[in-house]
Ligand binder design. Structure first.
Ligand SMILES: Cc1cc2nc3c(=O)[nH]c(=O)nc-3n(C[C@H](O)[C@H](O)[C@H](O)COP(=O)(O)O)c2cc1C
Length: 129
């Protein structure tokens, strides 16, 4: 989780999203990046060294601040691999709703480890809806 440094302009955000999608596809990293009201929530999934490398780059990015690593766990199964080509950027209400539906559906599949992550994402998107 982090705060955008100065309410990034839409144009800047689009460039960030494109870059993130491109790099993550290259490194087989899946997850979501959610932006709302100056706050980011991001989930990254993948091989540990790839995730750590990407996280380190993100951490040093001056476009955001107050960066907080909330959960860091080993998982057997990815949550977002089957969602929207793997890595999704969510910044409008339609996508928030879609993501919410997906997470609700996944919860029923009773993936216990995933539930921690799902709860975190849901709490964040609840502040939006
Ligand atoms: C909130 C936030 C999320 C980001 N997420 C990603 C990401 O998932 N993957 C990524 O490669 N870069 C991400 N970035 C951009 C990186 O900080 C960095 O600019 C980028 O990885 C540099 O790519 P390059 O090494 O190919 O030039 C993010 C930046 C911010 C501010």
């Amino acid at each position: 989780m982090s705060d955008s440094r100065n309410y990034e302009s839409l144009e800047n955000l689009k460039a960030l999203y494109t870059k993130a999608k491109e790099n993550n596809a290259k490194h087989n990293i899946t997850g979501v990046l959610i932006y709302h009201n100056g706050n980011f929530l991001q989930v990254l999934e993948g091989q540990r060294d790839h995730v750590d490398y990407t996280y380190e780059k993100i951490r040093l990015d001056s476009r955001h601040k107050n960066i907080l690593k909330v959960i860091n766990i080993d998982v057997e199964q990815r949550i977002f691999e089957d969602y929207n080509f793997g890595f999704t950027v969510v910044d409008d209400i339609k996508e928030f709703n879609q993501l919410h539906e997906y997470l609700e559906w996944l919860k029923n599949a009773e993936n216990k480890l995933a539930n921690k992550v799902i709860t975190m994402v849901e709490n964040f998107i609840r502040t939006i809806g």
